[in-house]
Design a binder for this molecule. Structure first.
Ligand code: NAD
Ligand code: UDP
Ligand code: UDP
Length: 359
């Protein structure tokens, strides 16, 4: 294995006096859930100029409305599967739908976003000498055979999805309008897409000396999640507030570990600023079964609500919990917000958006 090339020098324009004091940061997918919280945090530093490139598939301008018109902020409607020619110092590459219901909606587009989109962001990083961080996922571990999952685990991903073709008719899917969508597909477009994205990151690092950072994000929750995006925490909170039964997918003993979004943003920024390429797990090791999560939401938000067991989707991982030893050691990072503290913060945001005041 050859040693990585030295990083390319930033373009002469970026070396000019004009640019030296400010850091220009691109966030692809910055109109989404995690991206918009990252924008808020980066904008707090007056030396940062923030550019968001987003195609608004799952994100929205609404998430960024407080920054639109700000002199240090720019929003571009852009699909990362197309080339992007701008001058930046850092790239946080988040663009990709994260909720299974959205990434399975058009699996070919999901793969293109992960592969061509990441290639374009790396081409951009190479041209301007920028450092680039990829938000990869715990899904690269697939249905893990090792528990909890350390970064050294290569994963157990089904590359072609389930043999049973699965069709969900999804009614009232979409934020602004109602459609009846046929969703056919499995998780591999996302899992394998992110695995290739990681490979591309390391190949550009080794071959072209690009400065890379890879975060493997575990389930994250918080304000601004799409209300109807199908992920479990947003589903349960919306259901509890609407007075509907909580839909626990069978068997209900499957586990996830939920990280509050402010902890996630802190971890991503530490990774970007630190010296470690990663991959590094960023997530909260607190592990819950879906039955336990439903019970907690019920207790905190609406004790009179029922829970019902419903069919699951194919390829659902049975367990997931990050080993965050590496994040603690090299980033000095660990999550601060417990599930019982984070859920009420999300409840507040969902109440406002759903128009359900607290009694
Ligand atoms: P999100 O869906 O809210 O945000 C993704 C953003 O990317 C949206 O604004 C969307 O419009 C944009 N986007 C999608 N395809 C695009 C394209 N082709 N071109 C330009 N923009 C595009 O999701 P999120 O929860 O904020 O996730 C952000 C990142 O973190 C994603 O890369 C996701 O894979 C990763 N991640 C998230 C979680 C989680 O639990 N939220 C877990 C693991 C990994
Ligand atoms: N690219 C981009 N912005 C840039 C530079 C490159 O979007 O500022 C795209 C480019 O269109 C290409 C990809 O990034 O599709 C990879 O670029 P690279 O220079 O590594 O490869 P090549 O263009 O030689 O295939
Ligand atoms: N899940 C559930 N009820 C729902 C939505 C999801 O029980 O209404 C379960 C799902 O089966 C999975 C877990 O919650 O085991 C997490 O699903 P999510 O889509 O939130 O994220 P991911 O599968 O990507 O971790």
């Amino acid at each position: 294995q050859s040693s990585p090339k030295p990083p390319p020098s930033p373009s002469p324009l970026r070396n000019s006096k004009f640019f030296q004091s400010n850091m220009r940061i691109l966030i692809s997918g910055g109109a989404g859930f995690i991206g918009s919280h990252l924008v808020d945090k980066l904008m707090e530093n007056e030396k940062n100029e923030v550019i968001v490139a987003d195609n608004y598939f799952t994100g929205s301008k609404d998430n960024l409305k407080k920054w639109i018109g700000h002199p240090r902020f720019e929003l571009i409607r852009h699909d990362v599967t197309e080339p992007l020619l701008i001058e930046v110092d850092q790239i946080y590459h988040l663009a990709c739908p994260a909720s299974p219901i959205f990434y399975k909606y058009n699996p070919v587009k999901t793969i293109k976003t992960n592969v061509i989109g990441t290639l374009n962001m790396l081409g951009l990083a190479k041209r301007v000498g920028a450092r680039i961080l990829l938000t990869s996922t715990s899904e690269v571990y697939g249905d893990p055979l090792i528990h909890p999952q350390p970064e050294s685990y290569w994963g157990n991903v089904n590359p072609i999805g389930s043999f049973i073709h699965f069709i969900i008719t999804c009614v009232s899917f979409s934020l602004s309008y109602k459609v009846d969508a046929m969703i056919i597909g499995v998780r591999s477009c996302y899992d394998e897409g992110k695995r290739v994205a990681e490979t591309l990151m390391f190949d550009y690092h080794r071959q072209h000396g690009i400065e890379i950072r890879i975060a493997r994000i575990f389930n994250t929750y918080g304000p601004r999640m799409n209300i109807d995006d199908g992920r479990v925490v947003s589903n349960f909170i919306a259901q509890a507030l609407r007075g509907e039964a909580l839909t626990v997918q069978k068997p209900g003993t499957q586990t996830r570990s939920f990280c509050y979004v402010s902890d996630m943003v802190d971890g991503l920024m530490r990774l970007m600023e630190g010296d470690e390429t990663g991959p590094i797990n960023i997530g909260n090791p607190g592990e819950f079964t879906m039955v336990e999560l439903a019970e907690t939401v019920k207790e905190l938000i609406n004790p009179s609500i029922e829970t019902k067991m419903v069919e699951n989707t194919p390829d659902d991982p049975r367990q997931r919990k990050p080993d965050i030893t590496k994040a603690k050691e090299v980033l000095g990072w660990e999550p601060k917000v417990k599930l019982r503290e984070g859920l009420p913060l999300m409840e507040e945001d969902f109440r406002l958006r759903l128009g359900v005041p607290k009694k």
